[in-house]
Design a protein around this ligand. Structure first.
Ligand code: GLC
Length: 424
């Protein structure tokens, strides 16, 4: 897929990522900061999974900046291993969204970071850098920090000790208003606006609990074993184990390999519905099934799986015209769902997101999952369709799966993942 047209996209992607750079001095941290924001004005802070995606793209043409994305996230890692999903390096940014910041932190007028997590793809980002550079010095420097981060997840986010980690707010999956959470929030899929409000109620309650995880788990209003978060978690534990093996840290490599094996066994046992051939989240202490078909249910494709499961995910769902096979695939919600909406509902100029449109980061995972299982032709086709979206509508945040129309801010950082699709 190389050629002049592709080169143009690559050049544009560079312009987007360099254009979103934020550089300055952070007073509260007493240190300089430098990171690529998801979208300079609309999303000015540093976000965890965005930075990991940026690093993966940057690894193709600017290793130092790729490393910097990761090092910047880890600069404020807590001694217990936790890494937040947002870092507010810049002070004094005013906007209505900032009013909501304290909900994602402990009560404070001016929080410095959130207290939430995001999908843990740090190891994947480090692996992308390592594959290009083959510099073990970087691994020696960074893997102890990664190990402490993944140990924190395993220790603090698995209250029932089944190997799967739990999220405590919709924002932790990065899929803020996904209808997969509607049943958890007591909704029936018919109202995007209520989904948005209910999500804020969850973070409000978390804030009241001062983000004390024991209290939050005991209160049991939003505990979700999320299929996408756990698929990414498992894949990343496997990668971390391999990277530790590269530097002969065999004991730690075994530890993470075992954590991954346990989590994967549970994911298949608890989240796979063999009648439907699809994966669903589990929620609450009773582990109810959140039976809403979203793209999250296809994410286990990034893992080794029994062939029968792969076949059903791919032919019964991913390539079903009634569900995910739309002209500009892959929609984040199956079109057969009541909650599916090809265009976002907008309130007060803000779109309610993840309720149908196509996103490039989720496509990137599905492309990789297809390749992993030998569906090379299908992976290539989906990569091409993703590139078409960018050609037609630019690096927007997300897209209409029927028309390809772009929504959300332009020059959106992780939409440059098409570069990785072109070059890998
Ligand atoms: C939105 C997305 C989230 C992303 C953030 C910054 O909140 O839902 O996944 O990390 O924007 O791009």
């Amino acid at each position: 897929m190389k050629g002049t047209a592709s080169q143009e996209i690559i050049d544009d992607a560079k312009r987007v990522l360099y254009g979103n750079l934020k550089i300055g001095f952070c007073r509260w941290a007493g240190t300089e900061y430098k990171y690529v924001s998801p979208a300079k004005d609309h999303y000015p802070h540093q976000w965890f999974w965005d930075s990991c995606f940026h690093a993966i793209v940057l690894s193709h043409f600017d290793i130092e900046l790729a490393k910097n994305e990761i090092l910047s996230l880890l600069k404020i890692q807590r001694p217990d291993g936790f890494v937040p999903h947002m870092i507010f390096w810049e002070q004094g940014i005013l906007g209505w969204r900032e009013i909501l910041r304290p909900l994602e932190s402990r009560p404070s007028v001016s929080p410095k970071t959130s207290q939430l997590i995001q999908p843990p793809l740090l190891a994947e980002a480090v692996e992308a850098i390592y594959k290009k550079e083959k510099e073990v010095g970087f691994l020696y420097e960074i893997l102890p920090k990664l190990s402490s981060y993944y140990r924190w997840l395993a220790r603090e986010r698995d209250p029932d000790n089944d190997g799967l980690i739990s999220i405590i707010a919709p924002y932790e999956s990065g899929m803020d208003q996904s209808p997969s959470y509607d049943p958890v929030l007591g909704l029936d899929g018919s109202s995007a606006i209520f989904a948005s409000l209910a999500g804020r109620t969850v973070t409000f309650r978390n804030m009241i609990h001062r983000y004390n995880l024991k209290k939050i788990f005991n209160a049991d209003y939003f505990i979700v074993e999320d299929v996408m978060v756990n698929s990414i978690y498992i894949k990343n534990l496997q990668i971390l184990s391999r990277l530790l093996h590269e530097i002969d840290h065999e004991e730690a490599a075994r530890e993470f390999h075992q954590l991954a094996a346990k989590a994967k066994g549970t994911l298949i046992k608890k989240c796979y519905d063999s009648k439907e051939g699809f994966f669903y989240d589990r929620y609450g202490s009773e582990e109810k099934i959140a039976r809403v078909k979203t793209i999250k249910g296809l994410f286990p494709l990034v893992l080794d799986l029994p062939k029968t499961i792969v076949k059903r995910l791919v032919s019964d769902h991913l390539f079903s015209r009634d569900e995910f096979d739309l002209p500009f695939a892959v929609p984040t919600v199956a079109r057969s769902e009541k909650a599916f909406s090809a265009a976002p509902v907008i309130i007060a100029k803000e779109p309610i997101i993840w309720r149908g449109p196509t996103w490039i980061n989720t496509n990137w995972y599905i492309v990789n999952g297809l390749k992993h299982h030998g569906f090379d032709k299908e992976a290539k086709r989906l990569a091409e369709r993703s590139v078409d979206l960018i050609r037609q509508s630019g690096f927007r945040e997300f897209f209409n799966p029927f028309t390809g129309e772009g929504y959300g801010p332009s020059n959106f950082g992780w939409s440059t993942l098409v570069v990785d699709m072109l070059l890998s």
